[in-house]
Design a protein around this ligand. Structure first.
Ligand SMILES: Cc1ncc(COP(=O)(O)OP(=O)(O)O)c(N)n1
Ligand SMILES: Cc1nc(C(=O)O)sc1CCOP(=O)(O)O
Ligand SMILES: [Mg+2]
Length: 502
């Protein structure tokens, strides 16, 4: 499958930024990069000596060559030095969006001034960028200086970030990621703030000292592009890009006399490189005035093991009793779309059975009833997390399992210190309508590696045939519905699962 990213940007002879950094990043993260060079710059680690745009004819020829043969999923734009080029690119992007079978997602990383402090573009270009380019941009990735240049908003406090992004969205781009490398508050943190008019996401990492940062802007935007080209959601792309940047900054290297460049080391897998998702009820969340009530808290009671084993998820007490008799030790009562009074007796019975068989009995969704009847634990989904009173569940001493479907949700869930994290859906499932595509085994392996200190549960479309590969990824448990409820002989299916999940 082609995961083509175009970078429309300029050449950096020092190779730390520009087209060179973009292509390094796109390749390192496993996407397919193509380039359209707008200008050639003669620069090293201390100065930009010359910027020369290619002819309009050459710019158009590059765009047309690619458009006719290798259309992009994602287009990343960097330094454009000429006003005419901005006009051409804006027109072409509008055409691609209107006429391609699949409209490309456009990311614009505005590069007005080089890290050496040199002006890179023609005077007056910002007016054309504002009026012609921003309206075709899906994600704008400015730093504080570029926010000011484009919107007139100074980022003087956390609260000012939302106002600035609102202004930029009013100007035409669909969403904004403010890169917090140089914010004048919470200076020990490097905060990235995303807003799309509805959803705000803030990611933070401790500021890294003594690192070389030439090329960070180009690299972050290209990393988002490369990740989205592989069908990750934007929130996951933001997380991976920040982890990629942190990993590269830690290995950054000086080649000349001035600022060195970040390294390009492949898909990030080290926990320490991943950012924290900022929760609304936290120091950074207060500073940014994030909406919501999630807070880290002291965490939830542990399940006493990282490996919860086979985990049947069932919708009747009869089924629960049958699998308990077959020796299952982790299980869930999952009844959907009923009023609490319609399910209370079944919840009481399920909890009693869990105690009788000394099993970990989780109750899905009905957390108030689970607390009232002192269940072993509760399982909640992403939407439930925002409305349930997690503090009450923790205070009542119940375990908590949380559903997740990607990097961002995993990092957010992890902050709440749940008793386990479920990773779904791994394969197509008939049991539930899912809004996203299956994650597959490769992603499952990456998630499991990041969660080596937390009990994990894989769920979604898992059967006996698939279980060995799923278990090899390192997850501690496999949750199943139909593999058991539709089995001809559920008892032997349970026995076989138990042979695989040791
Ligand atoms: C072990 C386990 N993992 C995931 C789910 C899904 O929970 P949720 O996202 O809350 O969706 P519903 O099950 O309520 O439809 C689960 N129940 N158990
Ligand atoms: C209930 C549920 N939650 C999922 C998630 O990904 O959050 S997948 C799923 C259904 C699992 O059923 P089966 O084993 O029959 O595919
Ligand atoms: Mg639920």
């Amino acid at each position: 499958m082609n995961n083509i990213v175009w970078t429309i940007a300029s050449s950096d002879s020092s190779a730390g930024a520009g087209i060179q950094a973009d292509l390094h990043t796109i390749k390192a993260l496993g996407a397919d990069g193509c380039s359209v060079i707008s200008a050639v710059t003669a620069q090293n680690s201390v100065a930009v000596d010359l910027v020369e745009s290619v002819s309009d004819k050459m710019l158009i020829a590059q765009l047309d060559a690619l458009a006719s043969d290798m259309p992009a999923k994602i287009i990343k734009i960097g330094l454009i030095a000429s006003i005419e080029h901005v006009k051409i690119i804006a027109e072409k992007l509008a055409d691609y969006k209107a006429n391609w079978d699949v409209a490309p997602f456009v990311i614009y990383d505005p590069v007005a001034v080089a890290s050496t402090g040199d002006e890179m573009s023609e005077d007056g270009i910002n007016e054309i960028i504002k009026t012609q380019l921003l309206p075709v941009v899906d994600l704008l990735t400015p730093n504080a200086k570029e926010v000011f240049t484009l919107s007139g908003h100074m980022l003087i406090s956390g609260e000012s970030l939302k106002g600035a992004t609102e202004k930029l969205i009013e100007m035409g781009c669909k969403s904004v990621l403010i890169k917090g490398g140089h914010l004048p508050f919470l200076e020990d943190q490097c905060i990235d703030y995303y807003y799309d008019g509805e959803r705000e996401i803030a990611l933070t990492s401790p500021r890294l000292e003594n690192v070389h940062s030439h090329g960070t802007g180009c690299t972050l935007a290209s990393a988002i592009a490369a990740t989205m080209a592989q069908n990750y959601f934007i929130e996951d792309a933001l997380v991976i890009a920040k982890a990629y940047l942190n990993q590269g900054l830690k290995a950054s290297k000086q080649l000349g006399k001035g600022e060195g460049s970040i390294a390009h080391l492949g898909w990030p897998n080290n926990n320490r490189d991943f950012p924290e998702v900022v929760l609304p009820e936290s120091k950074v969340g207060y500073e940014l005035d994030l909406q919501g009530t999630l807070e880290a808290g002291p965490g939830f009671v542990s399940c006493d093991t990282l490996k919860l084993g086979l985990y049947p998820v069932l919708d009747t007490v009869e089924w629960l009793e049958k699998v308990l008799k077959s020796g299952v030790k982790t299980l869930q009562l999952r009844i959907k779309d009923k009023q609490p009074e319609q399910v209370e007796q079944q919840i009481i019975d399920a909890i009693a059975l869990g105690k009788k068989y000394d099993a970990r009995m989780f109750i899905n969704d009905y957390w108030q009833l689970a607390i009232k009847h002192q269940a072993y634990g509760v399982h909640l989904g992403q939407e439930d997390m925002d409305v349930a009173d997690l503090g009450l569940i923790a205070d009542a001493g119940l375990r908590l399992g949380l559903s997740t479907h990607g990097y961002y949700e995993i990092l957010r869930a992890k902050q709440l210190k749940p008793s386990y994290i479920a990773l779904g859906h791994i394969f197509e499932t008939q049991t539930k309508d899912m809004p996203s595509d299956p994650q597959g085994l490769e992603r499952l392996g990456k998630y499991a590696a990041l969660l080596s200190d937390t009990p994990t549960v894989a769920i979604g479309g898992i059967n006996l045939q698939r279980a060995p590969e799923v278990y090899k990824t390192g997850v501690g448990s496999i949750a199943v519905v139909t593999a058991i409820t539709l089995a001809d002989d559920y008892q032997s299916v349970i026995d076989e699962f138990n042979q695989i999940i040791k």
